[in-house]
Design a protein around this ligand. Sequence first.
Ligand SMILES: Cc1ncc(COP(=O)(O)O)c(C=O)c1O
Length: 484
Amino acid sequence: MASISCLNGPLELDIIVDIIEINKKLLQSHVLTIELTPKNTVYKFSSFTINNNKNHVKSLSKSKNLFNLAKKVIPSGVNSPVRYFEPYPFYVKKAQGSSIWDEDGNQYIDFCNGYGALLLGHRRKEVISAVKKQLDIGTMYGAPTALEIELSKLIIKNYPSIQKVRLVNSGSEATMTAIRLARGITKKKKILKFEGCYHGAHESMLVKAGSGSAHNGISISDGIPKDFSKNTIVVQYNNIEQLESVISKNKDIAGVIVEPILANMGLILPQKNYLEEMRKITKQNNIPLIFDEIVTGFRLGLGGAQEYFGVTPDITTLGKALSNGFVISAVGGRRDIMDQLAPNGKVYEASTFAGNPVSVAAGISSITTMMALKNKIYPKLEQYCNILSRTITELASDMQISHQLNHIGSMFQIFFSGFPVIDYTTSKKSDTKKFHRFFHHLLKQGIFIPPSQFETVFFSYSHTTNDIEKTIDAYRYALKMVKD
Ligand SMILES: Cc1ncc(COP(=O)(O)O)c(C=O)c1O
């Protein structure tokens, strides 16, 4: 038995976890037993004996019909591009805990989890009851509430870099406001972003790296004039020399925005000291550093990536896990920065639905639940993710499938590539066609991961040992099916 400690800090006494090392021979003979033994619970992973060759998903005829109808009234049949995959997505009827059901009655174990939003799983009871309570007393006031103060205080309590916070609706709105704030306080024009980071669907961020060494961005969408994209500088993630050199040559940089962990290019981790160096260089040059923690906030730990890596940004954006599936995001930072926002400040930002009481109630109950259970939630997520990641790596290696598996906290992704994936270029080298086939084999086995290679697989606290067993079995099957 090996004693495992957790990157989120030492495991609590009641979550002393012993794991029997995964052994591929045992795996092959279906007798693997891994025991996680917190004081009062025994999680057992055993008996990998599910029928490998039987497709779990039976019929998708209702989804097919719905997609044909959707295409007539919704552009491309979906309300966000990533939801589409060939030949058509499944249409969801309901969800609970770690499961999601489609209109044809098929059940899937959900590892998409609202692209990271559902840290506590679907319909977490505390969140649902807070929302129901709020529905009884009003859904929209257009005037401030005490609830907004409560939520802001909870955010500030968990993020020491945040002294004031403004609530918005989406992650895109949060990063747009953060960028406007950076430009407003510095009176400079350019924003520096990293290749492969996604910060929402707005003009200055829908930009890719230009060719050559100019680093001026090129728009990736029609409808965006060059005047926008030319003010975005794009540099390579995990390349501190390039960042330093570009900053030293450009005196018009208003802000640097980064996903501290890149979760929109597959999953890519910052190399040792990369974020610390980024902080040092931006500070030396008086450039506000924006941590876009829409994915990592409340997911990597209560205090997000900034707590995990011990790096303090000037501005932070939060969303997703903040409300466990309700529509709300936030932008926060130092008081002197945040006080520039209208109406008292000169940086304009506004929204009819900002601070919506239903979403705010969901945010409060999500954060209080995560705070109350933090010593259970984060170690469990990390242990499950470690087990699954390690097992998949063992299985793929055993089958001699060229692959990379990046994981941290409750997130992981496999790349079919022979090279370490450390940035946009290396991520793009992976075999996306193979990934597409792999995704479909998993889906047929009742495992729903995001359909794109360039997304991340997310755990939720509601996943069970039984889910993990089924998932390991499905991954083994899908790996076998894509083996050359
Ligand atoms: C890191 C990051 N920032 C911003 C956004 C945009 O958030 P939204 O889709 O809520 O506008 C996303 C969305 O996935 C994201 O992953």
